[in-house]
Design a protein around this ligand. Sequence first.
Ligand code: PPE
Length: 307
Amino acid sequence: MQIDAPDRVWKNGTMIAWKDATIHALSHGLHYGTAVFEGIRCYDTQSGPAVFRLKDHMTRLHTSAKAIHMTIPYTVNELCAATKDVVKQNGLRSCYVRPISLFGVSGIGVNPIGYPVDTFIMAFPLGAYLGDDGIKNGIRVHTSSWRRISSASVPATAKICGNYVNSALAVMEAKQNGFDEALLLNEHGMVAEGSGENIFAVFNDIIATPPLSTGILPGITRDSVIRTARGMGYDVVERSLRRGELFLADELFFTGSAAEVTPIRELDRRPVGNGKPGPVTKRLQARFLDITTGKDPEYSEWLDSVQ
Ligand code: PPE
């Protein structure tokens, strides 16, 4: 996915030029995947740009770091302030924010304890992650031959860069097979998540999504959708789902900071429902858009104004 490079990037407390936002080739995070990141959206609202659930994302960055024994030398509040600064200094209104912290250079070897930690925060405009047609009409998904990495091997529920080789393999396979996105099952064959999204299924107006114990990323969009759907009167259950059950669902959709609420119109060459985004998905998608763009006062605390 192409992006337009902004002017400035935040690195370890100072603003630098985009072209200088580089890392050394011997960085531990590059060699061994020992880095953690976030994906956050900032929306254009009536009161200026506002970042969606910024504090929750930065808290998750810290939690992910803890899982790999990394101490980010900036507090959650400092990272939130830095994010707003990056958005402001680049004159952005609606954009995607990508913070990343990695173990840098010290020597060679797998153990990074005592290595320096570098933190970058980038922000740039980003359209619909799964395409304009995808967010409107739904996407075509296939079940990956790759299983979601197990929490028995790595902290799979943390947003660790190395974990994403699993996602990259799955999405490459999906694209090569002519699909838009992959769905991964976990090591026990239960439905887990997309390469960069959580999944929801609708059965007779009951909304189901795999529990965190499946080994999925605890998505902030997932949490937002669960809470708003319950507030709208829907029954939302977190329960294990089998692949076969998904073919019986009336509706399926993905959630993610990048993907937002994206309908799934086809799974493994079977139409979902009538092959068009269903009413529940459309209601939740519209509600999510209202909330993120500041048109819904009920969840205004989820928006952090950049001004
Ligand atoms: N599962 C995975 C594996 C995942 O990467 C994401 C976010 C989610 C679920 C949804 O989590 P949340 O964003 O908190 O609702 N994926 C990020 C990275 C996408 C990318 O291409 O990079 C994102 O959406 O920002």
